[in-house]
Write a protein that binds this ligand. Structure first.
Ligand code: IMP
Ligand code: MG
Length: 174
């Protein structure tokens, strides 16, 4: 069976939104320094594009997490596969994610990061699927709210593929 990608959010719309978010974030943190944290691998395209649109001083760090247990029995506890290089004490932290789905990963991760003594922690996500939420997560900056469909592109993968698409799409079988 051949796979086809149906475009959900075109490239131009993403670029426009990233500019908009960058401007908003720059204004909200005016006079401060921002420490951006990317959750690998999905968040990397969004984080790089967003960082380029932020006009205040920015530092960046990366972490990689995976869920414990099987997908069907997700406990919401995440394992740190790659931890941050820098401490968070006294920093204005912005976590940058590709998508908030059930919210399990983010709610656990945000609590863990808050325990490291940052001045503030906010969350910015490119995509949000509010219909799928199981754990309450406060999202400070959202790119697009999307329906409950499995999407790929702009960092998001299906079996590690399609991350490099410059738009958000849905995989369809012919
Ligand atoms: P959560 O803990 O359920 O919110 O899961 C978040 C993670 O699941 C995201 O960071 C993605 O890596 C992955 N994920 C959730 N929905 C999608 C999707 O539609 N496409 C690709 N990955 C997804
Ligand atoms: Mg992710």
């Amino acid at each position: 069976m051949a796979e086809r990608i149906r475009v959900m959010v075109p490239e131009e719309d993403i670029n426009e939104k990233v500019k908009e978010l960058g401007a908003r974030i720059s204004k909200d943190y005016e006079g401060k320094e921002l420490h951006m944290i990317c959750v690998l691998k999905g968040g990397v395209f969004f984080m790089c594009e967003l960082a380029k649109r932020i006009t205040i001083p920015v530092t960046m760090d990366f972490m990689s997490v995976s869920s414990y247990g099987s997908e069907t029995k997700s406990s919401g506890v995440v394992k740190i596969v790659k931890d941050l290089d820098e401490p968070l004490v006294g920093k204005e932290v912005l976590v940058v994610e590709d998508i908030v789905d059930s919210g399990r990963t983010l709610s656990y991760l945000l609590e863990m990061l808050k325990d490291r003594g940052p001045k503030s922690v906010r969350l910015c996500t490119l995509l949000d699927k509010p219909d799928r939420r199981v754990k309450d997560v406060h999202v400070d900056y959202t790119g697009f709210e999307i329906p409950d469909e499995f999407v790929v592109g702009f960092g998001l993968d299906y079996d590690q593929r399609y991350r490099n698409l410059p738009y958000i799409g849905v995989v369809e079988q012919d």
